[in-house]
Design a binder for this molecule. Structure first.
Ligand SMILES: C[S@@+](CC[C@H](N)C(=O)[O-])C[C@H]1O[C@@H](n2cnc3c(N)ncnc32)[C@H](O)[C@@H]1O
Length: 266
């Protein structure tokens, strides 16, 4: 489940209202509005809507893309889980997965949890950290629905969610360090796919680009026991100009790998 913290940073959030899509969701919408300190009516650029399919975020402007919701049970996430190439896919290799190696991973920029879901589906235990309250609410909603579904419940059991700023969390970490830390901060890019573009556009309107990625990388490198890996647009410079030991390149993205020691070692 999602644990909240008072450490959520203030971000420039465009006006968002919460809406119930049917009368039976009014009470839940009111509770959500109260917890996120958002209005239930009035002029807004975005609506966080609660209905029978769960929670979704939609931009209200004419010609805006369709709603965004987290769905681990069907659609793209399920397809990627079954057909995504298992531990041979680039994300899994970047995380260091190989036969008999399933590290504990801290996903410090969880977003909508897509990458974490793939890694959990491959048998890794993950802690997901998301600092933006609305993104975290969408993620928590998707987690809850998938947790209630027999197909995805075992995967959800491997994913723990924390709503907090990962830089502060990692700097104050007192537990056993995560073996691997994954970073996928937002970056202004023109090479995203249509689906990613829709999401990125909404994310950027909500949270802006992640200008503090250098501090995130610094904290991750100080904490991870075995490796840090970072998703970047293929042509983007490495975070803070810090050259990785090696990279894995895909069509539009690449992973920068900063190994500290072999995952075969304790
Ligand atoms: C590009 S999205 C990540 C997408 C994610 N990999 C996925 O598969 O859905 C980046 C997310 O990281 C979050 N983020 C950036 N910096 C963060 C930080 N310091 N702490 C927690 N979350 C952070 C942003 O709010 C945003 O939701």
């Amino acid at each position: 489940m999602l644990s909240t913290s008072s450490g959520i940073p203030e971000t420039a959030v465009p006006a968002i209202r919460v809406e119930a899509l049917a009368p039976e969701y009014r009470a839940a919408a009111a509770a959500l509005a109260d917890s996120l300190k958002l209005p239930l009516e009035g002029k807004a650029g975005f609506a966080l809507q609660l209905g029978e399919r769960g929670l979704q975020l939609v931009e209200l402007a004419d010609g805006a893309p369709g709603p965004i919701r987290v769905d681990f049970v069907s659609g793209q996430a399920a397809y990627r889980r079954h057909r995504g190439g298992g531990s041979r896919q680039m994300l899994a290799k970047a995380a260091g997965l190989r036969s008999g190696v399933r590290p504990f991973i801290l996903d410090a920029t969880a977003g909508l949890g897509r990458d974490a879901f793939v890694l959990a589906g491959l048998g890794c235990a993950l802690t997901l950290v998301e600092r933006h309250a609305i993104v975290a609410a969408l993620l928590e909603d998707g987690w809850r629905r998938a947790h209630d579904h027999p197909k995805t419940a075992p995967v959800m059991a491997c994913m723990r969610l924390i709503r907090e700023d990962a830089i502060a969390l990692m700097r104050a970490w007192r537990d056993i360090p995560p073996q691997v830390i994954y970073l996928d901060p937002m970056f202004p890019s023109r090479t995203e796919t249509a689906r990613a573009k829709k999401e990125m556009r909404l994310f950027r309107s909500l949270a802006g680009d992640d200008g503090d990625a250098p501090a995130l990388l610094e904290a991750a490198l100080a904490l991870a026991s075995h490796r840090v890996f970072v998703k970047r647009p293929r042509k983007a410079p490495p975070i803070a100009g810090l050259m990785p030991k090696y990279t894995l390149e895909g069509q539009s993205n690449r992973f920068d790998i900063y190994p500290k020691k072999s995952l075969a070692e304790k």
